[in-house]
Design a protein. Sequence first.
Length: 291
Amino acid sequence: TTQQSVTVIGLGPMGQAMATAFLDRGYEVTLWNRTPSRADALVARGATLAPSVEEALAANEVAILSLTDYAAVYDVLGPAETALTGRVLVNLSSDTPERARAAARWAAERGATHLTGGVTVSPSGVGQSESLTFYSGPREAFDKHRDVLEVVTGRTDYRGEDPGLAALFYQLGMVMFWTSMLSYWQAIALAKANGLAAADVLRHATDTANSLPGFFAFYAERIDAGNHVGDVDRLAMGMASVEHVLHTNADAGVDTALPAAVTGLFRRGMEAGHAADSFSSLLEIMQKAEA
Ligand code: NDP
């Protein structure tokens, strides 16, 4: 069998981890990065640094893109667009679903195939069998290059032909990741204001986070059934609780932007008449942009 080969464009922490994973699997790897020195350690391991984006694209049918965002993708590929014909761009740069759809059209106009990817792990998870990436775009390209994709993360989840879907699933994860991590910072700020260290609350924070999946499952069923009955969790009870959270933080002299935002949402739910409903009724407010 012939040696498998791939191009990797973009050598931030993610791109470097991806190039390393391909080298580990014996792939022939061609690289390009705006800052060429980021390729040094990979070249020492046998990768080839292409002198131009055109040459990096010409080297292989499949090019993995790992850039900060889609603006960077156009910055890199725009000047080399004549080299795009016949290429499969596996775009693992994160951005919005709308930008992913626009990029897929842009690539198609230049004779290239665009597969959108949303990697759900940090650099240390790249190349691991349990790690997951969402994909969307042409099914045929996904199937044909699955072995390459499974080097990046062992698990792949193909969401459909719409190039925006992988970006959407990525963003579904990120909206939870960022707000959850900020809630953790808030808890640590409160703990520290009370003389505790992050290590002192780690166990409790972990137990709290681990309790969430049970709530996710409980509410998913009710939400999809349109059931916001307040039998276990009246919004009025939640309103009192989030005010306690806000006041505990204010009393401790820490920033209250995050608990105040939460309190604001609950208040809008109360004003909309949901006091006796489940706090899942806040979804009705969140589903529409504020007037
Ligand atoms: P970085 O932002 O650190 O990597 C940036 C890469 O993009 C570098 O190669 C950089 O080049 C290049 N780049 C940025 N702007 C331009 C530009 N205008 N022109 C040319 N090249 C440019 O990101 P990561 O490696 O951390 O992540 C890559 C992607 O993966 C991002 O979209 C990120 O959201 C996503 N992701 C990251 C995770 C993480 O934990 N890091 C986890 C999951 C997804 P140069 O070296 O010259 O600066």
